[in-house]
Design a protein around this ligand. Structure first.
Ligand SMILES: C[S@@+](CC[C@H](N)C(=O)[O-])C[C@H]1O[C@@H](n2cnc3c(N)ncnc32)[C@H](O)[C@@H]1O
Length: 228
């Protein structure tokens, strides 16, 4: 269930951005929120980064500061148009996250912020399979999203706050999402070395996982007695 505020916030970007900025104060402000998962990821000027479900480029804006090879993808034509206008340093594609229009091993990093909670459980699994497919071996997926509060002392504040936010702006999928364990779903589709950092009393999770680097290359044997 959601209220009319959800539709309004998608229609009026100033409203969406205002709400995101206010919510981001919980983790120290928008700049920090947008970098939560990405700060722990190696991104250089040539690193191919996919910002999945990029919206109007709210996080893409921070990624283009680090790489010249950023692609934003979103299902909404309006969102893609806004992102193109507001963050011109990236390439944008309109498409579905569960059917990514990219070849295998196209990106070193795939990121999604504040988006996976919008997916049905099976859709989420399919998206993670696709993210795994488009990553290069050893490539990294990073996600920032809601999580259920983990600090019992703060539950009397955090649970009502989170529940109110989800009721006002989100749908049932967000409840399914916080009940599930994103790391487990990632591992089930093949991600390795997954980890999760929790913020804001556990209400925000930043999760990372890698595509397997592939079979170990055999080390060439050094002929005995030969100088290296
Ligand atoms: C809450 S917004 C997040 C936008 C942005 N990433 C941010 O951090 O503010 C979720 C975005 O996901 C997009 N989206 C939802 N389902 C999608 C799907 N199946 N494939 C691609 N984009 C999708 C929506 O159009 C919307 O722009």
């Amino acid at each position: 269930m959601a209220t009319i505020l959800r539709n309004l916030s998608y229609r009026y970007q100033w409203l969406y951005d205002g709400i995101s900025r206010a919510a981001a104060l919980l983790v120290g402000g928008e700049g920090r929120f947008r970098r939560l998962a990405l700060d722990r990821v190696e991104i250089g000027p040539e690193t191919r980064v996919l910002d999945l479900c990029c919206g109007a480029g709210q996080t893409t804006r921070f990624v283009v500061e680090r790489s010249r090879a950023v692609t934003g993808l979103d299902a909404s034509a309006i969102a893609v148009e806004r992102a193109r206008r507001q963050v011109p340093g990236a390439t944008y594609v309109q498409g579905w996250a569960e059917r990514l229009p990219f070849g295998d091993a196209s990106f070193e990093v795939v990121h999604a912020s504040a988006a996976l909670h919008e997916m049905e459980p099976e859709q989420l699994r399919q998206i993670l399979i696709e993210v795994h497919r488009v990553l290069v071996p050893g490539g990294m997926a990073t996600f920032v999203d809601f999580h259920r509060p983990t600090v019992p002392l703060l539950w009397p504040i955090l649970w009502p706050g989170l529940a109110l936010f989800l009721w006002l702006f989100e749908t049932e999928t967000s409840w399914q999402f916080i009940r599930a364990d994103l790391v487990q779903v990632m591992e089930a589709v093949g991600f390795e070395r997954c980890d999760r950092a929790l913020h804001a009393g556990g209400t925000v999770q930043a999760v990372r996982g890698r595509r397997s680097p592939g079979p170990e290359m055999p080390t060439p044997e050094t002929p005995t007695g030969e100088a290296l």
